[in-house]
Design a protein around this ligand. Structure first.
Ligand code: NAP
Length: 192
C-alpha cells in the first residue's frame, strides 16, 4: 500500500505540482486587457491598420486617441470614425521621431491604459537598392519612434492608481523576416 502511495505521488502529484509551480513563476502571464471606458492611444491611427483599430476600439466603447503627423488626415480619420460608429475620438499631432514632441503629446492626452505603437513606414525594395536616407527614415520612425513612445508613456502607465491592467502593443512587419537577395535564393531555373 505504501508503495502504491509513493508511486502515485511520483507519477501524478509531483509533476502536476511542478507544472503549477512553473505556471506561477513563468512570466509574462497572458492577461485580458479590458478596453471598455478605458483610454487607448493608437499611433499611426489616421490611416490603414491604425485607423481600423481605432474604429474597432471606439465601437467597443474605448476612449480613443489617434496620433499621427498630418492634422488634416487626423481630422478626416476622426470624421470617418464618427460617421461609422457615432463615437468621437481625440486626435493629436506629433512626429514620433521627435522625443520632446512625443512627450508633449502623451502629456496632453491624459492617462493612457493601452498604447498601440502602430506607426510605420516601409520602402518596398531590397536592401541593396534602398537609399541610406530611406533606411535611416525607417529605423527612425519604426524603431526610435517606438522607443520614444514607450519612454514617454510608460512612467504614467506604471503609476496608475486604479491598479487595472495596462498594455503596450507593437505593430511589426514580416518584412523583417524576409531576406530575398536577387539571384541568391532564386529557384535554380536550369533544373527543368
Ligand atoms: N499594410 C501592410 O500590408 C502591413 C503589413 C505588415 C505590417 N504593417 C505594419 O502595420 C503598421 C501600419 O501600417 P499601414 O500600412 O496601416 O500604415 P499606413 O496606412 O501607411 O499609415 C501609417 C500611419 O503612420 C503615421 N506615421 C508615419 N510616420 C509617422 C511619424 N514619423 N510620426 C507619427 N506618425 C507617423 C501616418 O500618418 P502621418 O503620415 O500623417 O504621420 C499614418 O497614420 C506599420 O507599422 C506597418 O509596418 C503593415
Amino acid at each position: 500500500m505504501a508503495d502504491f502511495h509513493l508511486s502515485f505521488l511520483a507519477l501524478f502529484i509531483l509533476p502536476i505540482s511542478f507544472i503549477l509551480f512553473l505556471k506561477l513563476i513563468v512570466r509574462p502571464h497572458p492577461i485580458k486587457i479590458p478596453i471598455k471606458s478605458r483610454h487607448v492611444l493608437i499611433t499611426g491611427g489616421s490611416s490603414g491598420i491604425g485607423l481600423a483599430l481605432a474604429r474597432q476600439a471606439a465601437a467597443e466603447g474605448a476612449r480613443v486617441t489617434i496620433l499621427a503627423r498630418d492634422l488634416n488626415k487626423l481630422e478626416e480619420a476622426k470624421n470617418s470614425i464618427q460617421l461609422s460608429t457615432g463615437v468621437e475620438v481625440d486626435i493629436v499631432s506629433a512626429d514620433v521621431c521627435d522625443f520632446e514632441a512625443v512627450k508633449e503629446a502623451v502629456k496632453s492626452v491624459g492617462p493612457i491604459d493601452v498604447l498601440v505603437c502602430n506607426q510605420g513606414v516601409f520602402v518596398a525594395q531590397e536592401i541593396v537598392n534602398q537609399e541610406m536616407k530611406d533606411i535611416r527614415s525607417m529605423i527612425n520612425v519604426n524603431f526610435i519612434g517606438t522607443v520614444n513612445l514607450v519612454k514617454a508613456a510608460l512612467p504614467g502607465m506604471k503609476n496608475r492608481s486604479d491598479r487595472k491592467p495596462v498594455s503596450i502593443a507593437f505593430m511589426l512587419s514580416q518584412a523583417g523576416q524576409v531576406l530575398r537577395v536577387e539571384g541568391l535564393f532564386e529557384p535554380d531555373k536550369t533544373d527543368g
